[in-house]
Design a protein around this ligand. Structure first.
Ligand SMILES: [Zn+2]
Length: 120
């Protein structure tokens, strides 16, 4: 019997739903869908790191440079993992590794999970 857990993932900044997550224990699988139904796939860390470094170097405002620096630090720490970049309708960007998401989905009681890590 396939056992799955479903949760709604919310933005840590504004609590708006950013995705629906379905986790299957065996065989292990995690599927994310945006509120419009499109599938959300993890992104290569190397691509996200390049974009974050570019923003860190070119952002005009200090808060934007600091947010980019925080993303660079997060991505450097998790360079060998699959990372999801989730953007809420308000434009808040959250980075989360697949293991972090699986842990949050499995351990959080109820139907809603506030994403554990803000990227911005
Ligand atoms: Zn938000």
């Amino acid at each position: 019997m396939v056992r799955t857990t479903s949760k709604r993932l919310t933005c840590p900044a504004c609590q708006v739903v950013v995705a629906d997550a379905v986790h299957q224990r065996w065989p292990a699988d995690l599927r994310l869908r945006a509120p419009d139904g499109t599938r959300i796939a993890p992104t290569r860390v190397s691509i996200l790191l390049e974009l974050a470094r570019r923003e860190q170097a070119t952002a005009a405002a200090l808060p934007d440079r600091e947010a980019a620096a925080a993303r660079v630090a997060f991505l450097t720490r998790h360079a060998s993992e699959l990372v999801y970049e989730l953007v809420c309708p308000q434009g808040h960007l959250t980075l989360c590794t697949m293991p972090q998401l699986v842990t949050a989905v499995r351990r959080t009681p109820g139907a809603w999970v506030t994403l554990p890590y803000g990227g911005r």
